[in-house]
Design a protein around this ligand. Structure first.
Ligand SMILES: NC(=O)c1ccc[n+]([C@@H]2O[C@H](COP(=O)([O-])OP(=O)(O)OC[C@H]3O[C@@H](n4cnc5c(N)ncnc54)[C@H](O)[C@@H]3O)[C@@H](O)[C@H]2O)c1
Length: 339
């Protein structure tokens, strides 16, 4: 299959892209590479360094499936420049989907998020539960779902949305702004874990390689099973209250203290049911939260991942890029800022 992965160099993308190439697919990656060169060299991987808002639609010619794992990927980064967020996460997302449909791409798999449940009502939310997004990030996800299953719906365009739990685990584009990864990093580096928002809020979690498996499955599954469908991606046993998560990380790293940050209660509170993807696609996750803590901890201990690397902190990197843009606009002479 020829697959175009938008955002294929991101945290999820840089695990998914090599996995698809190793499984015999031809992969075109469309990405801005905001987080640097994170992909391995591979004959089956072709890189297009471009923007989903402006890319040349000709790159969709001959593509069988599109997986969209692009975009500004957390709440604070989305709040930084709301217009930019709408431009990338909504307008860019729609543009990619429209061009894919026009180009005759059959399968379209979108990375939505369990954060669309927002302030969840009760435990065990399913795909038919109400959506109550409480951030611009989550609102954009909900709007993209509506567009994909609304105006872009069509018999020859097999759209599927995966609502991912919060992801954890190692990737070559590391993210130390995701709960399990950041708690493990903070416990290892500072022997201290800060719990925001009270700690009673529920969150579901899923390992990044399990997420990659879910995308590969949604991309290749029978259209009868996935077209027009939404799936929560994760496992019911990986729903945890944030304070309990902190205790689990603390137990893995002796001498760690858990401290409550003086913040307002976190409005994002959702406990999710993952039976549908198991029942319909026979999908099960293979990695537990404790596997993830162990994996990240080992990588830190062995020096395989740098906890001080700015690019592994999504907001910091976007702040840096915004400053770089400003400096360039104010100071550039003949296209150069310093030299
Ligand atoms: N990681 C999670 O916990 C999680 C959970 C639910 C949903 N998601 C969604 O999955 C997707 C991937 O998340 P991630 O964790 O890999 O994030 P990420 O930030 O690591 O990756 C996003 C990628 O998109 C690229 N990108 C950003 N703007 C672009 C643009 N305008 N044009 C082209 N490329 C652009 C970036 O360079 C980056 O490589 C996102 O849509 C995210 O919202 C992630």
């Amino acid at each position: 299959m020829h697959v175009l992965v938008a955002g294929g160099a991101g945290y999820i993308g840089s695990v998914l892209t090599p996995l698809l190439a190793e499984r015999g697919h031809k992969v075109t990656v469309l990405d801005r590479f905001y987080f640097g060169p994170t992909l391995p060299k591979h004959d089956a991987i072709h890189v297009v360094r471009s923007d989903i808002r402006t890319f040349d639609p000709a790159i969709l010619r001959g593509v069988d499936a599109v997986v969209d794992v692009s975009g500004i990927s957390n709440d604070p980064s989305c709040e930084l420049e709301p217009e930019l967020t709408r431009g990338v996460n909504i307008d860019g997302g729609k543009r990619l989907a429209r061009y894919a449909k026009e180009a005759g791409v059959r399968r379209y798999v979108y990375s939505s998020s369990c954060s669309v449940y927002g302030h969840g009502e009760g435990l065990g939310l399913t795909e038919t539960s109400g959506r109550h997004p409480v951030s611009l990030y989550a609102l954009a996800k909900a709007e993209m779902e509506d567009v994909l299953f609304g105006e872009l719906k069509g018999p020859s365009f097999e759209v599927c949305a995966l609502r991912l739990a919060t992801v954890f685990g190692l990737s070559t584009r590391m993210r130390f702004d995701l709960a399990i990864n950041v708690m493990t990093k903070n416990a290892y580096v500072n022997r201290r874990i800060m719990v925001d928002g009270g700690g009673r809020q529920w969150r579901p979690f899923v390992h990044v390689r399990d997420v990659a498996d879910a995308f590969a499955l949604a991309m290749t599954a029978d259209a009868k099973l996935v077209a027009g469908e939404v799936f929560n991606v994760g496992s019911t046993s990986n729903n945890v209250q944030i304070l309990n998560l902190a205790f689990r990380v603390r137990d893995a790293i002796p001498g760690t203290e858990v401290v409550h940050a003086p913040t307002d209660p976190d409005l994002r509170d959702y406990n999710v049911n993952f039976d549908k993807i198991h029942r319909v696609l026979d999908y099960s996750t293979k990695r537990t939260i404790d596997d993830g803590i162990r994996e990240v901890l080992e990588a830190l201990r062995e020096g395989r991942v740098d906890p001080d690397e700015r690019r592994w902190y999504t907001l910091k990197q976007y702040l840096f890029l915004r400053e770089a843009e400003r400096a360039h606009a104010e100071l550039a002479l003949d296209g150069r800022v310093l030299f």
